[in-house]
Design a protein around this ligand. Structure first.
Ligand code: MGD
Ligand code: MGD
Ligand code: SF4
Ligand code: MO
Length: 887
C-alpha cells in the first residue's frame, strides 16, 4: 500500500540557539526528510550536520512510551494523581520551598511558561531553576548589571556587517555552525572582514581566524580590561550615555599585560584591530560564562562596547550566543530562580504584584529560589523533598555529577519528564512521564537574536507521550487550580504570555510581545518568525543604538572589574581540564546518539593532551588515561595534539552511563560557582592524569545491544547495530562465556587465538551473516573498523577475522564528511592521486563538504596536512583519529 505524501511543514531545529528554519516532510510511515528553510531569516536554507540528520533521530527507538511508577507501567491518571497528591502533601507538611522544579532551555516557551506559573504563582516558591544556569546565567547577570535588563542588543547580520568579529570562548564552527557559515561566507565575499578567536584551544573555528589568541587560563577579564584602558588612551570613549567610567578605568588600569600570558605583539595586534574598527562585534559563549568569575568577564566585554558606544548599531555590539534552542525563551518566561515572567524582577514588589494580579495567584513567591547547584545541595540535605526534572539530565550534566546523582537517588520523591526511555537521571526517578519530542508538538522558541519561531507538529506522539505543558497543566489542575491551568492548546498559553508581556512592557520591561495578546489558534499556526519586541510602538530591531538603557539613570552602566584567577592547581591535581562540545553530538546524546551518521565522526569519549604532557605521563596516542579530580574519576581515550596548550587538556561532555559510564565528565567538575550568577565553572577542573593500565583492549560489533561488563566501554550506533570499544584491567577467565554474556548469543563463534601475543578474535555467524564480533588485544585494538562495521549483518566467512579489507577494497578511515560518509583516508588518497588543491576540487571529486558544510574546517586542515607532508602522506593531523590503528 502506498502512503500519500504529506505536505511540507515549516518548523525550527531543536538543537542550537541559531534557531534554523527546517522544512520537514513526513512519509507517513515514521520516516522524515528535512532540508533548510530558504525563507527563514536565521539560516536562509542552510542546515548543519545535526540539523540535516534530524530524520534519523525521530521515531520510537529509545523512547519512553508510557508513564511509569516505581519502574512499572502506569496509566496517566495514576501517575498524574500521584504527582499532584505527593506535591500537595509535601507542601502541607514542609511548606512550598520543600519542592523544586529543575527545567531546561530545550523546553518550548509554552511549556516553560506553565512550569514557571505553577511554581512561582501557585505552589508559591521560587524553586524553579533551569539548565540555563549552567549556560547563560553569567550573561543574564552581566546584561542586567550593564543594561538594566537581560537584553541581547544585536542581530545575526551584525556579524556579516562588521569589520572585525571577535569570538571569545566560542567554538562557533562546531556549536553554532550555521552562524559560523554565515560569517565565513561574509569573510569570503569581503576579505577585509577580520576574525579574531580567543580560546586556549586551537579549534575548528580558528580555520577562518586572522588572529588566534591563546590567553592564560581565565585571563579574559584582564584582556578586556586592558582593551578598556587602550580605548581610553586612544580617546575612543564616549562618556555621554554611560555611568561608572572612572571606576571601571581605575580597575582596568591596574591590570598588567603579563596577566594575559600573551606576547606583546599579539596583544597589540588585537587592540589595533578592535580599536581601529568601529564596526566590531564581540561574540562570547561558554569560555566566558562558565567560570567562577563569569559575570565579571561578561561585564569586562560589555564595558568596552558601552564605553566606545559600539553597541546597537549595524555591525557592532557584544553578542552572547545562546546554546539551547530556547535558552532565550526560558529567560523571557522567567525560568531562572531569580527572575519573574517577561523579564520582570522577583525582588521588585511592583513587579511581583503585577504578575500576581495577572495570574490571580494565591501564593506568589516572595523571593528568589535556589539556583541549580544550591538546589541539588538542598536535595542532598533533604531540604527539598520532592523534585520534578523536566527535559534535562542533571545526573550527567551538573558539576560533581556523581554527587548530584546520589542526591537525587536519596530524594523522597522524584518525577522525571523525558522523551528517552533511559537516562542517568531517569534511572533515579520514582515517576517517569513520557513527553512528546521534537516533531510531535507545537510551540515557540526564541533564538540568539531574539527571533521567535514556531516548532510545529509533524508526526503523531510516540506511544502515550504528552506535551510537557499539558502534563504541567494537568498537575496544576489536580492540585486544585483548574481555572489557572485551563488552556486548550499552546496558542492560548502563548497569548497569555503575550498579554502579560504587555503589562511588563508598561513597567519598563524590554520584553514585550503584546501585539500577539489576542492571537487566534489559526494565526498561531501561521505565525512567521519575528523579532521581539512587538508591542505598542515597538518593532523588533536592535537595542541601545539610541543610548537609552533600562537602568534607573537610563544610561549604560560600566562595572569595575578586578580579574580573579581560576581555582589554583596543586601537586596532586596539576592539570587544568577544559570541557566542551564536539561537532556531531548534542549534550547527553539521547537524540544525536541515535544517528549512525552522527556517531561516525568521534565515537568515543577522549582527552586531548599536548605532546609534551603526553610524553611526560608516558601516554601515547590511542591508549587510555585515567583522569581523577577530588570529585570523581574517568577513563578516556588519549588524543595527542598541539591543538591544546601544555597543562590544559580538553575533554568532551557528551558521554553518560548509557553510552560510556567511565566517560562521565560532569563527575570530574567541582561545584564551584560565580558569586553573582550562580553559574558553575565548567571549563576548569584541577585533575591528575595517569595511564590506565589495561590487561586487554577490545572492539566489538553486534546487530543487537551489547552488554559490556568491564571497566571501560563506549557504545556507538551503527547502521546495522552498534559498536563498543572495551578495556579492562582484569582478564576474564573464560572468553567464550564472556562473549556469550556480552552478545546474548548462544552460538559457537569462529575463533582466532594467539594467547602468547594476547590476541583473540571471535566472530558469531548465523545463516552466513555476521551477528557479532569481538577483537581483543593487549594494545588498543588495531583493525579497520569501517571494514568490520560494513560486514555486520552481511554475508561473511572466516576472512572477517582478518580485520582488514582485501586489497580491492581500500580502507575509508575515520569519517570526516558525515553527510556523504567520506573518510580521511579516501580524502587523502584523492588529494594525492587527483592533485586536488581546493575545497571546491574536493567537493567535485568526492562530494565531501558540499551539503551542510560542517566538515569544511576539517577538510581544509586535511588539505593543509597533505600539502605540508607531500603527496605520500597517510597521516591525518585533524580531526582526532579515535579509531585506532589501521583506520
Ligand atoms: N555540536 C554541538 N553544538 C552545540 C551543543 C552541543 O552539545 N553540540 N550545545 C549547545 C549549547 S547548550 C551551548 S551552551 C553552546 C556552547 O557553545 P560554545 O561555548 O562555543 O562551546 P564549548 O565547547 O562549550 O566551549 C567553547 C570554547 O570555550 C573555550 N574555553 C575554555 N576556557 C576558556 C577560557 O578561559 N577563555 C576563553 N576565551 N575560552 C575558553 C573552550 O576551549 C571551547 O573551545 O553550544 C550549543 N551548540
Ligand atoms: N563539564 C561540563 N558540563 C556541562 C557543560 C560544559 O560545557 N561542561 N555545559 C552545560 C550546558 S551549557 C548545558 S546547556 C547542559 C546541558 O545538559 P542537559 O540539559 O542535561 O543535556 P541534554 O542531553 O540536552 O538533556 C535534555 C534531556 O531532555 C530530553 N528531552 C528532549 N526533548 C524533550 C522534550 O521535548 N521534553 C522532555 N521532557 N524531555 C526532552 C532528552 O532526552 C535529554 O535527556 O550541560 C551543562 N553541563
Ligand atoms: S546550526 Fe545546526 S544545530 Fe543549530 S539550529 Fe541550525 S541546523 Fe540546528
Ligand atoms: Mo548550554
Amino acid at each position: 500500500m502506498t502512503h500519500p505524501a504529506k505536505p511540507t511543514i515549516r518548523t525550527t531545529c531543536p538543537y542550537c540557539g541559531v534557531g534554523c528554519g527546517v522544512l520537514a516532510n513526513a512519509d507517513g510511515q515514521g520516516g522524515l526528510s528535512v532540508r533548510g528553510d530558504p525563507d527563514h531569516p536565521a539560516n536562509l536554507g542552510r542546515l548543519c550536520v545535526k540539523g540535516s540528520a534530524l530524520g534519523e533521530t525521530v521515531g520510537h527507538g529509545g523512547r519512553l512510551l508510557a508513564p511509569q511508577i516505581g519502574g512499572r507501567a502506569a496509566t496517566w491518571d495514576e501517575a498524574l494523581d500521584l504527582v499532584a497528591r505527593r506535591f500537595a502533601q509535601t507542601i502541607a507538611r514542609h511548606g512550598p520551598d520543600s519542592i523544586a522544579f529543575y527545567v531546561s532551555g530545550q523546553m518550548l516557551t509554552e511549556d516553560y511558561y506553565v512550569a514557571n506559573k505553577l511554581m512561582k504563582g501557585f505552589i508559591g516558591s521560587g524553586n524553579i531553576d533551569t539548565n540555563s544556569r549552567l549556560c547563560m546565567a553569567s550573561s543574564v547577570a552581566g546584561h542586567r548589571r550593564a543594561f538594566g535588563s537581560d537584553t541581547v542588543p544585536g542581530l545575526y547580520e551584525d556579524l556579516e556587517l562588521a569589520d572585525t568579529v571577535v569570538l571569545v570562548g566560542s567554538n562557533l564552527a562546531w556549536c553554532h555552525p550555521v552562524l559560523y557559515q554565515r560569517l565565513a561566507a561574509a569573510k569570503e565575499k569581503r576579505p577585509g572582514l577580520r576574525v579574531v578567536v580567543i580560546d586556549p584551544r586551537r579549534t575548528a573555528t580558528c580555520d577562518i581566524a586572522d588572529l588566534h589568541l591563546r590567553p592564560a587560563p581565565g585571563s579574559d577579564a584582564a584582556l578586556f580590561n586592558l582593551l578598556l584602558s587602550e580605548l581610553s588612551r586612544r580617546s575612543i570613549i564616549c562618556r555621554d550615555d554611560i555611568d561608572n567610567i572612572e571606576d571601571a578605568l581605575t580597575a582596568a588600569n591596574a591590570v598588567s599585560p603579563q596577566a594575559t600570558g600573551l606576547a606583546h605583539s599579539q596583544l597589540w595586534q588585537f587592540y589595533d584591530l578592535w580599536c581601529g574598527s568601529e564596526k566590531v562585534v564581540t561574540v562570547y559563549s561558554q569560555g566566558i560564562n562558565q567560570s567562577d568569575s563569569g559575570t565579571d568577564k561578561v561585564n569586562a566585554i560589555l564595558n568596552c562596547h558601552l564605553a566606545s558606544g559600539r553597541i546597537g548599531r549595524p555591525g557592532m555590539g557584544p553578542f552572547s550566543v545562546t546554546g539551547q534552542p530556547n535558552a532565550m525563551g526560558g529567560r523571557e518566561v522567567g525560568g531562572l530562580a531569580n527572575m519573574l515572567a517577561c523579564h520582570l524582577d522577583i525582588e521588585n514588589p511592583d513587579h511581583r504584584r503585577a504578575v500576581r494580579d495577572f495570574w490571580g495567584a494565591p501564593g506568589m513567591a516572595e523571593r528568589p529560589g535556589l539556583k541549580a547547584v544550591d538546589m541539588f545541595h538542598a536535595v542532598e540535605q533533604g531540604r527539598i523533598k520532592a523534585l520534578w526534572v523536566i527535559c534535562t539530565n542533571p545526573a550527567a550534566s551538573m558539576p560533581d555529577a556523581d554527587r548530584v546523582a546520589r542526591a537525587i537517588a536519596g530524594c523522597d520523591f522524584v518525577v522525571v519528564s523525558e522523551t528517552a526511555a533511559q537516562t542517568d537521571t531517569s534511572r533515579l526517578a520514582h515517576v517517569l512521564l513520557p513527553a512528546t519530542g521534537w516533531g510531535e508538538k507545537d510551540g515557540t522558541v526564541t533564538n540568539s537574536e531574539r527571533r521567535i519561531s514556531r516548532q510545529r507538529r509533524i508526526m503523531p506522539p510516540a506511544g502515550q507521550a504528552r506535551d510537557d505543558w499539558r502534563i504541567l497543566a494537568e498537575v496544576g489542575r489536580r492540585m486544585g487550580w483548574p481555572e489557572a491551568f485551563a488552556w486548550n492548546g499552546p496558542a492560548q498559553v502563548f497569548a497569555e504570555h503575550a498579554a502579560l508581556s504587555g503589562i511588563a512592557g508598561g513597567l519598563g520591561s524590554d520584553f514585550d510581545i503584546s501585539a500577539h495578546a489576542d492571537i487566534s489558534t489559526a494565526d498561531y499556526d501561521r505565525l512567521e518568525p519575528f523579532l521581539w519586541p512587538q508591542g505598542a510602538g515597538k518593532q523588533g530591531g536592535r537595542f541601545f543604538g539610541d543610548g537609552r538603557f533600562h537602568t534607573p539613570s537610563g544610561r549604560g552602566r560600566l562595572v569595575p572589574v578586578t580579574p580573579r584567577d581560576p581555582q589554583p592547581l596543586n601537586q596532586d591535581y596539576p592539570f587544568r581540564l577544559n570541557t566542551g562540545r564536539i561537532r556531531d553530538q548534542w549534550h547527553t546524546m539521547t537524540r544525536t546518539g541515535l544517528s549512525p551518521r552522527l556517531s561516525r565522526h568521534l565515537a568515543e569519549p577522549f582527552l586531548e593532551l599536548h605532546p609534551l604532557d603526553a610524553a611526560r605521563l608516558g601516554l601515547t596516542p590511542a591508549v587510555l588515561a585515567e583522569v581523577e579530580s577530588p570529585q570523581g574519576r574517568a577513563i578516556l581515550r588519549v588524543l595527542v595534539t598541539e591543538r591544546v596548550a601544555q597543562g590544559h587538556p580538553f575533554a568532551p561532555i557528551h558521554w553518560t552511563g548509557e553510552t560510556a559510564p567511565a566517560g562521565r565528565i560532569g563527575a570530574l567538575l567541582p561545584a564551584l560557582t560565580d558569586p553573582v550568577s550562580g553559574q558553575p565553572a565548567l571549563k576548569s577542573a584541577p585533575v591528575a592524569i595517569r595511564p590506565f593500565v589495561a590487561a586487554w583492549h577490545g572492539y566489538a560489533v553486534s546487530t543487537r545491544p551489547v552488554q559490556p561488563r568491564c571497566e571501560y566501554w563506549a557504545r556507538a550506533t551503527l547502521d546495522r547495530g552498534e559498536q563498543v570499544e572495551l578495556a579492562s584491567s582484569r582478564t576474564p577467565v573464560d572468553w567464550l562465556a564472556e562473549g556469550r554474556e556480552m552478545f546474548g548469543l548462544d552460538i559457537a563463534p569462529l575463533v582466532v587465538s594467539d594467547p602468547r601475543q594476547g590476541i583473540l578474535r571471535l566472530a558469531y555467524v548465523a545463516d552466513g551473516r555476521l551477528q557479532a564480533a569481538l577483537f581483543v588485544s593487549r594494545e588498543p585494538v588495531a583493525l579497520s573498523r569501517a571494514h568490520l562495521t560494513s560486514a555486520l549483518g552481511a554475508d561473511c566467512g572466516p576472512e572477517v577475522l582478518a580485520g582488514r579489507p582485501g586489497a580491492d577494497k581500500p580502507d575509508e578511515g575515520a569519517i570526516i564528511c558525515a553527510c556523504f560518509g567520506v573518510g580521511a583516508n579516501t580524502i587523502l588518497r584523492a588529494i594525492a592521486s587527483q592533485r586536488l588543491v581546493s575545497l571546491e576540487d574536493l567537493g567535485t571529486a568526492l562530494c565531501a563538504g558540499t551539503n551542510c558544510g560542517s566538515c569544511r574546517p576539517e577538510l581544509r586542515a586535511l588539505m593543509a596536512a597533505a600539502q605540508l607532508s607531500g603527496s605520500e602522506t597517510d597521516e591525518v593531523a585533524e580531526p582526532p583519529r579515535l579509531c585506532v590503528g589501521a583506520d
